[in-house]
Write a protein of this length. Structure first.
Length: 139
């Protein structure tokens, strides 16, 4: 964990999380084809102090991923219509960490995510677990 500093968002304190200024400034790209999931996770991440770009399709996620500056973290659902989140993961810049979320346990996708240096998480993802995964990825 990072050192607790003044000005921590109340949500982090309630979750028992600690953070640093680098974590607070991190840009996160969130891609999920379910608008409700995007809305919910965006609220969680923004209330925790992250800057969030969001997309509800592979194509929009790919476009945002190519934009400058690159995100510190890509959070993507496995299933994105005809595409999947791992296809986005391989397109990310080397400096962008990846977290893949899925509604189903799939050992092959989990292994591939880990091979790409990412973290595989199952839905429903707790706010605390997601924020901790992002914090580890950016530090």
């Amino acid at each position: 964990m990072c050192t607790l500093i003044a000005g921590a968002p109340p949500q982090w304190l309630r979750l028992g999380l600690q953070f640093n200024q680098t974590t607070m400034a991190a840009l996160v790209l969130l891609v999920d084809d379910d608008p409700e999931v995007v809305h919910t996770l965006r609220d969680v991440l923004e209330s925790a102090g992250y800057r969030v770009l969001a997309a509800t399709s592979f194509e929009d996620g790919k476009r945002l991923l190519a934009d400058s500056p690159p995100p510190a973290v890509l959070i993507t659902d496995v299933r994105l219509g005809m595409f999947n989140g791992l296809q986005l993961a391989v397109l990310r810049p080397p400096s962008t960490a990846v977290i893949v979320i899925s509604g189903f346990l799939d050992h092959t996708l989990e292994a591939e995510t880990k091979r790409l240096g990412g973290v595989y998480m199952l839905k429903p993802v707790s706010s605390k677990a997601l924020i901790e995964a992002i914090e580890m990825a950016v530090n």
